[in-house]
Design a protein around this ligand. Sequence first.
Ligand code: 5AD
Ligand code: FES
Length: 351
Amino acid sequence: MSDEYKKTADAVRRERSITREQLACLLGQASSRDEEYLFAAARETAETVFHKQVYLRGLVEFTNYCKNDCYYCGIRCGNRAAERYRLTEEEILSCCDSGAELGFRTFVLQGGEDPYYTDERVCSIVRAIKERHPDCAVTLSIGEKSYESYKKYYDAGADRYLLRHETADEEHYAKLHPAVMSGAYRKQCLRDLKAIGYQVGCGIMVGSPFQTIDTICEDLVFMQELQPHMIGIGPFLAHKDTPFRDEPNGSVETTLRLLAILRLMFPKVLLPATTALGTADALGREKGILAGANVLMPNLSPVSVRGKYLLYDGKICTGEEAAECNVCLRNRIERIGYRVADSRGDHPDFA
Ligand code: 5AD
Ligand code: FES
């Protein structure tokens, strides 16, 4: 085993911070024994906070309409090939009802930035879910809004908000998004959400076009400033009907190492092993948990629309097997020696 690799992992674990050099070391050339050392350190760290519990979130992808045109995303407005759909409030509620039946205590409402869902409609959906399932958390993941809108959703009962910052480097951000979007506003949204009182999640795609060690370094600095409750990362995966169709996919290896680094830097953070990771590698989600992740987000959307919420090519759990995700994931978690928590799975500082 490389002494330098081990020492670096130990230092990050101890200091809960990382320098550019340390990041380059941990993401650079390493033997499988080096890697395993990093993953084991992250696993142990997660275990001290969460024991061997994994939190499940039921994901409801309720609209794939989007007014944005992000270059990486399959549901960008410019993609004429995407078959669009919206779920009604009744359909969303029925997804949550079946989710509650299956034991989920968090519902994540995720969608494109779809103007059909006005603040009034969003608030009405949030209120209805909280009324029927007062013991459950509601997470919103519906993009950039104004402070006032975020406040309305919070007052309606939303508990958490996911908004990946995508990259903290504003020049890099400009290479991934059309000029009407700005990295500065994106980061402001996250600060607003935190100030309002949400449990907040930020995050990035690993291996997005133009990403470098330096942009990842900036991401980590931003995260240290924001102190998010959740961090969502997964590999970038090309979608055939986007401008990034020919870009190489992000690496599973790098994603796993970054998960481990995040766990060492933020011991208490909620860290999902994402669907993108499970798409890039059939055992990606299990590997993610064994590298320090502690959250899984199985799909609760109606099977009839799952094949339409395609941010990238090859997405898992969209076919015939889709109705079985709940059972499938529970089995996968148990097979690696973990267990599904039955609590809401709030951040330790919120619980
Ligand atoms: N590959 C991987 N992740 C993607 N996302 C969007 N498009 C892709 C893609 N092609 C991620 C973004 C977004 C989240 C909902 O999904 O980070 O914030
Ligand atoms: Fe969807 Fe296994 S998690 S089929």
